[in-house]
Ligand binder design. Structure first.
Ligand code: NAD
Ligand code: UGA
Length: 428
């Protein structure tokens, strides 16, 4: 690491976290080599074409390539030689028993261990079970090399902005000097920094995601109460959110939370607690509320379609797990659509980021076409454009004037004017 010139950084994994980390660190002036095992992805990234829909990321990648501060290679081994910092950003998917699968992290560590510089710092950004820093240390087999936990809190859809303007940076390190070096690397990023030990840093990551999932499940549970008592959940969460102790974020009711992280990370934390002898009943309840929320949305669509969807056409607006991304991993929209298809519905979906058909599902490139002959329309993702579509046109294309709006995008008065019966989540 010692020597002249910019700090050399290796990033292993060119997915949401790795690509964002690599592009942002290059933007901050560092010399970055980003490695992936997927040769097609590496070739495309080397041409400045990014495979995901992520605001501002393509521009940063192209900026880094043009400035010769960012390059892409196949395989971690090619990236780590000469690097002062090595970021691990590989997947930790949910294993069959709920626990996070550490095999990618371990395999990379075994691969790069012998190649690391003697004073390199390995920074783990993958979301890993508590105690994994030690696992990485063992797999590297390099006692002199510092291993630091630096959990990532970026959201898909705003990854670049979240990376460059984080609410906080968390660093779990045994040695203060390694933590200070990492803070220096992040130099221009202004944010509070929490320096702690590795197990605490790893726990902060899971606790944060679990707490956010809890807020959303709470909002969905209150939405169900609102439906039962005749209250309006939109106004209930508005009224709650002004209380600074509660905060207004992550209280939007909907079809349940999904994505590549909340589902696997909440399952992993239940498992971590269980292995340590604690029954995390609260978090199990949060997960249960989420599953029931998807079922409740399916029931609303069935009701809207006249009591059964068998042999009927249903239109779905939104496929991604939230707006601002083209990621379909663990999308509640797909879960709801899957259940409707299983119940015999013919579903046609529209999503601004998706054009190709999916198994059992036709995908239209036009939101109005998707509604043709439909007995119900269900709005599943909060894409802003859904607010502005012409409900008169939608009505003229459908067989029955029924909308189930799980994201609260459709203006009730406008829906009424167009002749629709509108139902939603948590509204009377
Ligand atoms: P991803 O699936 O988008 O990307 C992972 C990349 O790693 C893939 O391109 C894959 O080909 C590559 N890879 C796998 N094995 C490799 C190897 N041996 N060498 C080099 N590359 C390899 O994953 P992601 O969404 O970026 O998530 C990565 C980690 O970060 C996970 O632990 C996740 O929980 C965590 N995380 C994700 C987010 C998010 O918003 N997606 C946010 C915070 C934390
Ligand atoms: C989430 C966290 O917000 C990030 O901080 C974290 O880094 C990341 O997981 C991770 O560990 O991967 P992300 O998965 O991109 O980020 O998505 P969120 O914006 O958190 O949304 C998650 C789910 O909750 C989505 O399905 C979304 O629609 C739903 N949600 C969110 C609601 O239904 N209501 C809300 O008010 C907020």
């Amino acid at each position: 690491m010692s020597g002249e010139g910019p700090v050399r950084v290796a990033v292993v994994g060119a997915g949401y976290v790795g690509l964002t980390t690599a592009a942002c660190l290059a933007h901050l002036g560092h010399d970055v080599t980003c490695a992936d095992v997927d040769p097609a992805k590496v070739a495309s990234l080397s041409d400045g074409v990014i495979p995901i829909h992520e605001e501002g990321l393509a521009e940063l990648v192209r900026e880094g390539i043009a400035a010769e501060r960012l390059r892409f290679v196949v395989g971690a081994a090619k990236a780590v030689t000469g690097a002062g910092f090595v970021f691990l950003c590989v997947p930790t998917p949910q294993g069959p028993d709920g626990a996070a699968d550490m095999s990618y992290v371990e395999a990379v560590s075994v691969e790069i261990g012998p190649l690391l510089e003697h004073d390199a710092i390995v920074v783990n950004k993958s979301t890993v079970p508590v105690g994994s820093t030690r696992v990485v240390e063992r797999a590297l087999g390099r006692p002199g090399v510092a291993v630091v936990s630096n959990p990532e809190f970026l959201r898909e859809g705003s990854a670049v902005s979240d990376f460059l303007h984080p609410d906080r940076i968390v660093i779990g390190a045994d040695e203060q000097s390694a933590a200070i070096s990492l803070v220096e690397l992040f130099g221009a990023i202004r944010s509070p920094v929490v320096v702690t030990d590795p197990p605490t840093a790893e726990t902060i990551k899971y606790a944060s995601n679990a707490f956010l999932a809890t807020k959303v499940s709470f909002a969905n549970a209150i939405a169900n109460v609102c439906e039962a008592v005749g209250a309006n959940v939109r106004e209930v969460v508005l009224g709650m959110g002004y209380d600074r102790r509660i905060g207004s974020e992550f209280l939007r009711p909907g079809p349940g939370w999904g994505g590549s992280c909340f589902p696997k990370d909440s399952a992993a934390l239940v498992r971590i607690a269980e292995d340590a002898g604690y029954d995390f009943g609260l978090l199990k309840g949060v997960i249960e509320v989420n599953t029931r929320q998807q079922e409740a949305v399916v029931a609303k669509v069935v009701e809207a379609a006249g009591g059964s969807v068998t042999g009927k056409r249903v239109a779905a607006w939104g496929l991604t797990f939230k707006a601002g991304t083209d990621d379909l991993r663990d999308s509640p929209a797909l879960a709801v659509i899957g259940r409707l298809v299983a119940a015999g519905a013919e579903v046609t979906a529209y999503d601004p980021t998706r054009r190709d058909p999916l198994p059992g599902l036709s995908v239209s490139s036009d939101p109005y076409d998707a509604c043709e002959d439909a007995s119900a329309l269900v709005v599943l993702t909060e894409w802003d454009e859904f607010r502005w579509l012409d409900l008169g046109v939608v009505r003229s294309r459908m067989a029955r004037p029924r909308i189930v709006d799980t994201r609260g995008l459709i203006e009730p008065a406008a829906a009424r004017r167009a002749g629709f019966v509108l139902s939603g989540v948590g509204i009377p």
